[in-house]
Design a protein around this ligand. Structure first.
Ligand SMILES: Nc1nc2c(ncn2[C@@H]2O[C@H](COP(=O)(O)OP(=O)(O)O)[C@@H](O)[C@H]2O)c(=O)[nH]1
Ligand SMILES: [Mg+2]
Ligand SMILES: [Zn+2]
Length: 309
């Protein structure tokens, strides 16, 4: 049993002078919520019994401050969004980590991940790590085409430390999660951005006998630049979100300026006549590989529709 009464705001004479503050839940562990207030003060909180909604890492909450850096969560403030893997609220930025080489970026994976990011209403930023290695063709396409699509693309190297400060600037004021395939340097980046994270997490996982990537507790780490980074990479599942075939094109922002000129308003840019998107591909205004990836995803969605009906 937890010593519950310690977190109650009684006795009554305290109530009138109780201090309420808003803060951000950085982690939730064994029934305790660690809430960060302004000036980085961390308050260990219990949750008020009557609260019905779940509180996740990343939630903004209102707390009543008690003595000794403790508090009670009174309510959850409105939530902007929620990711399921990792389970985190209010994330605003996905850092898609790729390697310039070893391994070369897989543009199909990039396009699928971008679709998922846009579908969740998040902002993508591509981190091209291992800048110290020789260039590759897909890395060049990312620096040219994807940048031109309005995506921030940043070249970094955890080995030479190039770009790390610029990356911290990008995370400023955001709740960021990492994503990307294995071997590109996500763990190395976490270690670089959050010094000492390995020791901290290893001691915890040793105690509970599991690796940190199998633990389901996600923690947000405040960075010196004033943003937060989740300690677990997200978006490991690469299933396409459930959507109708007409929806897919809305998540390809680089198609949108062209598709107003398609002959058919509901053009899927698939087999239709007078398709301005296909035209733009022909004229090399849209990256052909990205268009082909769109078609593969479109066919996958059509196949799923067939299985449902
Ligand atoms: N050349 C080079 N290798 C790197 C860089 N960052 C990470 N690596 C190496 O890439 C491999 C995978 O790194 P890791 O952080 O485990 O990647 P993760 O699977 O995405 O977590 C390791 O051998 C790292 O030493 C870098 O900037 N340059
Ligand atoms: Mg890793
Ligand atoms: Zn079209």
């Amino acid at each position: 049993m937890q010593p519950k009464q310690k977190w109650e705001t009684s006795p009554k004479n305290q109530r009138s002078q109780s201090i309420k503050k808003n803060g951000l839940v950085l982690k939730n562990y064994a029934g305790y919520y660690y809430v960060q207030l302004d000036h980085r003060e961390l308050i260990e909180c219990r949750i008020r019994g009557k609260i019905k909604e779940t509180i996740l890492t990343g939630d903004w909450v209102e707390i009543t401050l008690l003595k000794n850096q403790r508090g009670v969560i009174e309510k959850r403030l409105p939530r902007k969004n929620q990711l399921y893997r990792p389970r985190i609220a209010n994330s605003s930025l996905v850092l898609m980590v790729l390697a310039k080489n070893h391994p070369q970026p897989d543009l199909m994976m990039v396009d699928r991940l971008l679709l998922l990011i846009y579908y969740c209403g998040l902002k993508p930023c591509i981190i091209l790590n291992k800048d110290d290695l020789p260039d590759s063709d897909p890395a060049e396409k990312i620096r040219e085409y994807y940048k031109q699509c309005g995506i921030t693309v940043l070249s970094v190297s955890t080995q030479t430390k190039k770009g790390i400060e610029a990356l911290e600037k990008i995370i400023e004021g955001e709740i960021a999660v990492l994503a990307g395939p294995s071997g590109v340097g996500k763990t190395s980046l976490l270690n670089q951005l959050i010094p000492g994270i390995d020791e901290r997490t290893q001691s915890v996982s040793a105690k509970i006998g599991r690796g940190r990537h199998t633990t389901r507790h996600v923690e947000l780490y405040p960075l010196p630049s004033g943003g937060w980074l989740a300690d677990t990479p997200g978006f490991s599942v690469m299933d396409l979100p459930a959507m109708r075939r007409e929806e897919l094109r809305n998540y390809f922002p680089d198609f949108i300026p062209w598709q107003n000129h398609c002959r058919f308003g509901n053009c899927l840019h698939y087999k239709e006549q007078d398709c301005a998107v296909m035209d733009a591909v022909e004229k090399k205004k849209i990256l052909e590989q990205r268009y082909r990836n769109y078609i593969l995803m479109l066919e996958e969605i059509m196949e799923k529709e067939r299985n449902y009906s």
